[in-house]
Design a protein around this ligand. Structure first.
Ligand code: V47
Length: 399
């Protein structure tokens, strides 16, 4: 039997009290989050999440012209879900020089996202140096670098405090931090998937809080679609929501769909329905997060497009050369063009908005701009006078 409540038709009437809270702008409880995950009424859950996303962002969906740089894949860890890591002497291990890192950046980019392995021999000064080199070469680009897991590793490896690490990185040019390394905040899962050696929830949250206290905003991720339970996903969101109440610096939440790694923790990817539900429940649980990202690299573009009507208001960016998901089973391209993202957002019935790493608006794409982009006639405003660096991206974007 169908039940209609203020514009939403429910097949699962147990969701109506949750909708009443959402409509009234009240916070939903962890039990509500669990109820949503356990329900099959995906359409109603999506409509509720879209209501929240529209309240926060209207019909805007954000994207950024960016690149992901992974300076090294040498890593002391051996997480079961990760195919990216290598030992130093493995075939396929890489270690970029500062010049190689700089060669990935073009003047049109407003964000550079940097995440790497926990390299045992790279000194903290080396990391500091390439951040400073990027800042010197590209004074206006926003540098989003180092997960809390990497910062924790620098602290342990080089016996530095979190405060000193953050202060030195900020002095070198850091603007914000990515949300990786959180995985699922659960000791049980950490043990089974061999990431107990990485910053666990308290430490991960402490590092983000320290960044927020310095005016450095950050993101938060959640790796799902492996052995975690719905209750563990909800607990992960609860911890993030409470941290956001305390420190307030999270910009976006990004659910990361597990890409099948060599160890095949599960044999199939999460279904598109599961992806959409996860996006929608995050939007409903994380009432104090400004944005939820549909990360097209891991969701695939089709699902990411649908997610824009299930609570997501961001698709990340052009990315240029993604390597972490593509070390595993990612079926998406390694990067895409502005045109492709504008089309993805427009096809979802939303307004594309180009942003920088801090969500400052670079450009709202009105109808005429969308038409120009799709006709290959759009010319972006040159943001700076920096001359292009030598070298080319490692792989071509898909247009
Ligand atoms: O920390 C590793 C995860 C993360 C796999 O903050 C995997 O804007 C799925 O954090 N399947 C890196 N995930 C990516 C990341 C990220 C991406 C986009 C935007 C932002 C942001 C952050 O990827 C790692 C780890 O949690 N990961 N292996 C895998 N097989």
């Amino acid at each position: 039997m169908l039940h209609t409540s203020d514009g939403i038709t429910f097949t699962d009437r147990s969701l109506i009290p949750i909708w009443e809270k959402v409509r009234a702008g009240q916070r939903i409880a962890p039990e509500d989050g669990l109820r949503l995950f356990e329900s099959d009424d995906l359409t109603a859950i999506g409509r509720m999440a879209d209501h929240v996303a529209r309240q926060k962002s209207g019909d805007r969906v954000y994207f950024v012209i960016n690149t992901h740089i992974n300076p090294t894949n040498v890593c002391v860890l051996n997480c079961k879900f990760c195919d990216y890591v290598h030992s130093r002497n493995d075939v396929g291990a890489w270690e970029m020089t500062v010049e190689e890192i700089l060669a990935h950046i073009t003047p049109e980019m407003t964000e550079v996202h940097i995440v790497g392995g926990h390299h045992p021999d790279w000194t903290f000064e080396y990391h500091e140096n390439y951040i400073r080199a990027i800042r010197d070469a590209h004074p206006r680009i926003q540098i989003k670098a180092f997960t809390a897991a990497e910062i924790d590793y620098f602290a342990k490896r080089w016996k530095l405090s979190i405060d000193e690490i953050l202060d030195r990185l900020i002095a070198a040019g850091l603007n914000s931090m990515p949300g990786g390394g959180a995985e699922i905040f659960s000791k049980r899962v950490a043990k089974e998937l061999r990431y107990l050696g990485k910053a666990q929830s308290d430490r991960w949250l402490e590092i983000h809080a320290a960044a927020h206290a310095r005016g450095i905003p950050s993101n938060a991720t959640m790796l799902y679609g492996h052995i975690e339970t719905y209750a563990e996903r909800v607990e992960h969101m609860r911890l993030l929501r409470e941290q956001q109440d305390r420190s307030g610096g999270f910009l976006a939440f990004i659910p990361l769909e597990y890409q099948i790694s060599a160890e095949k923790i599960v044999s199939r990817h999460a279904s598109a329905l599961e992806d959409l539900k996860t996006i929608a429940v995050s939007r409903l649980m994380l009432d104090n997060f400004p944005h939820v990202k549909a990360y097209w690299i891991m969701l695939q573009e089709d699902t990411a497009g649908i997610a824009l009507n299930f609570g997501a208001d961001d698709v990340d960016g052009t990315i240029s050369t993604e390597r972490i998901a593509h070390a595993a089973d990612a079926r998406s391209p390694v990067g895409v063009t502005r045109k492709r993202l504008v089309r993805l957002i427009r096809d979802a019935g939303k307004t594309p908005v180009e942003r920088d790493a801090l969500y400052n608006v670079v450009k709202v794409y009105e109808e005429t701009d969308v038409a120009a982009v799709l006709a290959d006639e759009y010319r972006p405003v040159q943001r700076s006078r920096e001359s292009p660096r030598a070298g080319a991206p490692l792989a071509k974007n898909v247009s």
